[in-house]
Design a protein around this ligand. Structure first.
Ligand SMILES: C[S@@+](CC[C@H](N)C(=O)[O-])C[C@H]1O[C@@H](n2cnc3c(N)ncnc32)[C@H](O)[C@@H]1O
Length: 371
C-alpha cells in the first residue's frame, strides 16, 4: 500500500484544476489520477507502500484489502535513484494503516466532492443545460450514434455524461455509490426534462448486479476517465460489465494509460519530462490524504483520504476476455483530457499532449463486445 500525505498546496495544480472544471477538458475522475500520481511532483509528500500483491481472487469484492507495513517516500526515491530494476521495496515501514475501510473512505470523499462540483467553483454545466452536452474528443470520435441504445453508465458521478448520452437519444441507467452524486443526478435529470430517458441508481459497483436487476439487457456499458482506479478487483469488474451486456452489446472504456502512471513529476528528468514514480505491475492500493479538490481550487475536503489502484493493461484486457468479451479494438492515445504532467501542452482539441514527441501513451480506449 502506498500512503500519500499532502503537506502543502501548489498554485500549478490549482490553476489546472480550475481549468478542468471550467471547460470540460476532463471528467472528474481523470483529475484524481493526477492527484494521486502526477501531482505528487508538485508537492512534498510522504509516500509509503507495501510491495505485496493486492488482493486474492474473490476476496476483492468484499474488499478486505488489508495492507501491511509500508515504506516512506525517502525509501522509494532512494530505490528509484539507485536500483537497476530489481528488488522492489517490500514493506517494513512505520505506517501500519489498514485499507479495510476503502469503500467507506472513498464514498465519504466522493459525497463531499459532489457539493463542491455543483457549487460556484465547480463544473460548468452550461452546454449540458443548453441541450448540447459534450464528451472529450477521444470518446466523441469513438462513440458513434447512441440513439435508441440502452446504456449503463458505471460510476456516473452526478450524471453529466449520462445526461449527455440521454440528450443524444440513448436510454441511460447511471450507477454510482455516492448518495450525493445520485441525488444530484436525479435532480439534474428532472431539471433537463430527461427523467424518461435517464435513471440513476445508488450502489457500489460490486453490488451492481443486485441493484440493477437487468442482466444481459444493455447495448452498451460506458466507463470513462478515472473510474477503474477506484476499484480493487478489475477481473470482477469485467465480469460485472459482461453480466449487463446483451449478446452483441459492447463496453466503451476510456481511461488513463497505466504506463503513464509509472511516471510522475515528483522526480523529474532533465528537460522536465516526468521521472519514475511507481512500478507498472504494482497492484497494491495507493492511499492519498489530499484535501484539495481538482475542480475548485478553493475547496478543502474534510474527507481527504482516498484509496486508488493501478491496473496493468493486460489485466484490463485479460479480465474482459476472461469474462467472455471479444476485444474489437484498443487505441492508445498520446493525449489525455487533463494536464497529467507539468510538461504536457494543450492542443487545439483541448487535450494535453507531450511537448515535443509522443514519448508514451497517456490514455487508452477500447471496445469489447459480448458474443
Ligand atoms: C471521477 S468520477 C467518474 C466520472 C465519470 N467519468 C463521469 O461521467 O463524470 C468517479 C466516480 O466513481 C464513483 N465511485 C468510486 N468508487 C465506486 C464504487 N466502488 N462503486 C460505485 N461508484 C464508485 C465515485 O462516486 C465517482 O462519482
Amino acid at each position: 500500500m502506498q500512503i500519500i500525505n499532502e503537506t502543502r498546496r501548489d498554485v500549478g495544480l490549482l490553476r489546472s484544476a480550475k481549468h478542468f472544471g471550467e471547460d470540460h477538458a476532463c471528467s472528474p475522475s481523470t483529475c484524481l489520477l493526477r492527484c494521486t500520481s502526477a501531482n505528487l511532483a508538485l508537492f512534498p509528500v510522504d509516500v509509503s507502500w507495501d510491495g505485496r500483491s493486492t488482493l486474492e481472487a474473490d476476496e476483492h469484492a468484499t474488499a478486505s484489502t488489508d495492507a501491511g507495513n509500508a515504506l516512506n517516500v525517502a525509501a522509494i526515491r532512494k530505490w528509484f535513484a539507485n536500483s537497476a530494476g530489481e528488488g522492489l521495496p517490500t514493506g517494513a515501514g512505520d505506517d501500519n494503516m489498514s485499507s479495510a475501510g476503502w469503500r467507506e473512505t472513498n464514498r465519504a470523499n466522493w459525497d463531499e466532492r459532489v457539493g463542491v462540483h455543483l457549487g460556484p467553483g465547480g463544473y460548468d454545466l452550461s452546454a449540458l443545460r443548453a441541450g448540447c452536452g459534450q464528451l472529450n474528443e477521444i470518446e466523441e470520435k469513438e462513440l458513434g450514434d447512441v440513439r435508441g441504445l440502452r446504456i449503463l453508465h458505471l460510476q456516473c458521478h452526478f450524471g453529466r455524461d449520462s445526461l449527455t448520452l440521454a440528450q443524444r437519444g440513448a436510454e441511460v441507467v447511471g450507477l454510482d455509490f455516492s448518495h450525493s452524486a445520485i441525488e444530484a443526478a436525479r435532480k439534474l435529470a428532472a431539471e433537463l426534462g430527461l427523467t424518461a430517458r435517464a435513471r440513476f441508481v445508488e450502489a457500489d459497483l460490486y453490488d451492481a448486479p443486485a441493484a440493477v436487476a437487468e442482466p444481459a439487457s444493455f447495448d452498451r456499458v460506458f466507463v470513462t476517465w478515472g473510474a477503474i482506479n477506484w476499484l480493487p478487483d478489475i477481473a470482477r469488474w469485467a465480469h460485472i460489465v459482461a453480466h449487463f451486456l446483451k449478446p452483441g452489446g459492447s463496453l466503451s472504456l476510456a481511461e488513463c494509460h497505466p504506463a503513464a502512471l509509472v511516471f510522475d513529476d515528483m522526480v523529474p528528468l532533465q528537460g522536465g519530462l516526468p521521472g519514475y514514480f511507481a512500478p507498472y505491475f504494482g497492484r497494491e492500493p495507493i492511499v492519498t490524504d489530499d484535501a484539495r479538490d481538482y475542480v475548485d481550487p478553493d475547496a478543502r475536503l474534510a474527507n481527504a483520504r482516498q484509496y486508488n489502484w493501478r491496473h496493468p493493461l493486460g489485466d484490463v484486457v485479460g479480465g474482459l476476455i476472461a469474462a467472455g468479451l471479444r476485444l474489437e479494438w484498443l487505441h492508445e492515445h498520446d493525449r489525455v483530457p487533463w494536464q497529467m504532467f507539468g510538461c504536457l501542452v494543450r492542443d487545439s482539441s483541448r487535450l494535453y499532449r507531450w511537448p515535443d514527441r509522443p514519448w508514451l501513451p497517456l490514455a487508452f480506449s477500447l471496445s469489447a463486445r459480448r458474443a
